[in-house]
Design a protein around this ligand. Sequence first.
Ligand code: GRF
Length: 216
Amino acid sequence: MKKVRLGVLASGRGSNLQAIIDNIEKGSLSAKIAVVISDQPSAYALERARQHTIAAAHVSARGFKGKREEYDSLLVKELQKWDVDIVCLAGFMRIITPTLISAFPNRILNIHPALLPAFPGLHVQKAALEHGVKFSGCTVHFVDEGMDTGPIIIQAVVPILDHDTEESLSARILQQEHTIYSRAIQLYAEGRLSVQGRRVTVSKGGKSGEEFLINP
Ligand code: GRF
């Protein structure tokens, strides 16, 4: 069977990318990373790709200020050039536009370090701490045209401890991110996700007792 081809978009250190690479190499994720694309020439994510002989492309955003749609058409061209089936946003620090979304309908995934719909946007681990919530976590969702609003595929819960700082909480959430992103991609690869309105249902087929809300 043809493996699902991923296009990973990342702007920074790429630890989620690394977890996906590791899971593919271990055989627990049946997919192929066709290309890693970054808007930042020095993103460590590009280096990680090269270290694993994965195509790495820098698509510069220079000259595209106020022209997000035009930049996104470049991304679409690059993704199509590599025959990508799904796009995984992994710390991609740009707002994407309908140009990209309509080229990959319900085929763009994002990982967010909070339990959506609580705390969308940036600096969300700090926001969760300051709000005093007792649990936070992370969410893998399909991307729609809103900010972190698309249909939710998997979430993992992370309890907030009294002594937590933004750093300690972020680190525990990140650990869970590294697990659930690959799981969501695997479900997609197995053809088990269907989206009806806001709800994503997961058809049976995997191990029994599989859970899509993960409590560590
Ligand atoms: C992660 O916390 C992810 O949830 C958010 O951006 C961060 C990216 O981290 N969208 P990394 O580059 O994958 O290490």
